[in-house]
Design a binder for this molecule. Structure first.
Ligand code: NDP
Length: 283
């Protein structure tokens, strides 16, 4: 068996076209004659956070969304308070982590939950965990988007998630459960990771460990989604040993070119939906 490639670049291209049209329509019909604005905040100290902020800016530009970028360690709370009440601003993202990790986490609590387009606030996390409509962390949403783009039916699947972080593993758990998968979440204290993954129909790897998921851990015919973005001397690699797993799997995301390009589009999709809701409430 050779796996079907779940190509995130292709999906990101489709999303770009769709969102560009919706942004144009918003700018034309809202009546205030401007596209929605995405505010991106950070402390500018962490490479991964700066890369995320830059990828969001690029993606926003590609669909005609305006951005306001604020990089500052000190004045971010008043900035968020201003952005919360600024009508042009439809979404606010804080690019994590901060140098002071706890301060970065506390900062998101100031975001108006109605502008939380990267699903970072406790309000969004609570709504998602309760199975209510919610903004969702973009990477988790990208996992679902890529599965749905390739028409993988999730209901009834045994899904095994490797990783339980607030930005990937936990929200993926809620999203898969809401789609009627039977879900197991693994972490560093899982006694026998291979025994869990070997029983999976769908494996979602989000551990941040290069090549953690080896060929012998994957049953033939499984669907494998790799969220990992790990910098190594050989370049960016995922959490899945792609060359070992691809010959076994039914479908697999590559790294790079899988979840990565879809993630910023998920922020923008949530932003456009938020702007559309505001526009129809104002009409
Ligand atoms: P975290 O470090 O916050 O969480 C990693 C999780 O994986 C933890 O729950 C940890 O368990 C678990 N884990 C680590 N090692 C093992 C192991 N050997 N066996 C089983 N479980 C393990 O990482 P993130 O969730 O933020 O990110 C995960 C990966 O996804 C990274 O490569 C990151 O770069 C990537 N990422 C990609 C994004 C994208 O847009 N594509 C966005 C965000 C992240 P425990 O809880 O016990 O410590």
């Amino acid at each position: 068996m050779t796996a079907r490639l779940l190509d995130g670049r292709v999906l990101a291209g489709h999303l770009r076209t769709e969102l560009r049209d919706r942004v144009e329509r918003l700018a034309a019909t809202v009546g205030h004659g401007h596209p929605p604005v995405l505010a991106i905040l950070g402390d500018g100290h962490h490479g991964a956070a700066s890369m995320y902020a830059a990828s969001l800016e690029r993606a926003a530009k590609g669909v005609g969304v305006e951005t306001e970028v604020i990089v500052d360690g000190d004045a971010l709370v008043p900035a968020i308070e201003r952005l919360n009440v600024e009508p042009r601003v439809a979404g606010i993202v804080v690019a994590q982590p901060f140098e002071d990790v706890a301060a970065g986490r506390r900062l998101v609590e100031h975001i108006d939950p109605e502008k939380d387009v990267d699903g970072a606030t406790p309000t969004s996390a609570g709504r998602l965990a309760r199975g209510e409509p919610a903004f969702v962390p973009a990477t988790a949403l990208a996992v679902i988007a890529i599965i749905e783009e390739y028409e993988v039916p999730v209901a009834g699947l045994r899904a095994v998630i490797v990783g339980r972080s607030a930005v990937v593993g936990r929200p993926v758990f809620s999203l898969l459960l809401a789609r009627d998968a039977t879900v197991v979440v693994c972490h560093t204290r899982t006694r026998d990771l291979a025994a869990e993954t070997q029983r999976a129909d769908l494996i979602v790897a989000a551990a941040g460990v290069p090549g953690l998921i080896r060929g012998e851990m994957v049953p033939p015919g499984a669907i494998v989604v790799d969220c990992g973005i790990n910098a190594t001397p050989d370049g960016i690699v995922g959490d899945v040993a792609f060359d070992e797993v691809a010959p076994l799997a039914k479908a697999i995301t590559p790294v790079p070119g899988g979840i990565g390009p879809v993630t910023p589009m998920m922020v923008l999709r949530q932003l456009v939906e938020a702007a559309e809701r505001r526009a129809s409430a104002a009409a």
